[in-house]
Design a binder for this molecule. Structure first.
Ligand SMILES: CC(C)(COP(=O)(O)OP(=O)(O)OC[C@H]1O[C@@H](n2cnc3c(N)ncnc32)[C@H](O)[C@@H]1OP(=O)(O)O)[C@@H](O)C(=O)NCCC(=O)NCCS
Length: 184
């Protein structure tokens, strides 16, 4: 069964050891880079990043990372969740695990754990046909905006139907799932 788990002392090295195919390397930063980036975000940003190990049973097969930005921070002028990393190890690709994991990631974001937002954004290299097809399958529409060679696609997000109480509950669940010692 595919699940998204918080990064722990038990799985962080497995995340770092995941690899994409050689031809996919230009499409995504290494997981060691992403984990370093999430550490800096954790110490400096107002909200923690959402980082997950993608697991098949007890085996780590992928990695996902997202964050929330305010309308002021967003180049599109709307509060949003941005999925900045999503990968499945080369030995596990093409078996439907990416689709399953992405559906779980979207469910987590749709619970608005870091507060409400109007949209979810994802960016991908224009020659990354697998990513384009994966995201389009979930309803992401290309914005036409290209940043650093990457097409930005958008999915509307309706957090308004999520009552504030449930957003708070979702955030509590999220922080419990992602308990850490906090910035020192
Ligand atoms: C993109 C990626 C996560 C897909 O993971 P995966 O486990 O191989 O994907 P799945 O087997 O679940 O397939 C899901 C969908 O992706 C698309 N897809 C996957 N491989 C594809 C390929 N080689 N060509 C075209 N579409 C492909 C299809 O739409 C597929 O749905 P379908 O089978 O119903 O047609 C994986 O290829 C990957 O990690 N790539 C390298 C990192 C990367 O590019 N990440 C995205 C950065 S934005």
């Amino acid at each position: 069964m595919v699940s998204l788990e918080k990064i722990t002392w038990d799985n962080w090295e497995a995340c770092i050891n995941l690899r994409v195919k050689d031809e996919q390397k230009p499409f995504i930063a290494s997981n060691v880079y992403s984990l370093a980036q999430s550490y800096v975000a954790l110490l400096n940003d107002r909200q923690p990043p959402l980082t997950y190990a993608i697991c098949l049973g007890r085996t780590v097969i992928g990695f996902a990372m997202a964050y929330r930005e305010t309308a002021r921070e967003s180049r599109f002028g709307e509060s949003s969740y941005v999925i900045c990393r999503f990968m499945i190890d080369k030995d596990y690709q093409g078996r439907g695990y990416g689709k399953m994991a992405f559906a779980i990631l979207l469910d987590k974001i749709k619970a608005c754990p870091l507060g409400s937002a109007d949209a979810i954004y994802v960016a991908y290299n224009r020659s990354n046909e697998a990513a384009r097809a994966l995201y389009a399958g979930f309803g992401f529409k290309e914005t036409g905006v290209v940043s650093c060679g990457e097409m930005i696609a958008r999915l509307p997000l309706d957090c308004k139907s999520t009552r504030v109480r449930s957003i708070r509950r979702a955030y509590r669940t999220y922080t419990r799932e992602h308990q850490h010692n906090g910035p020192v």
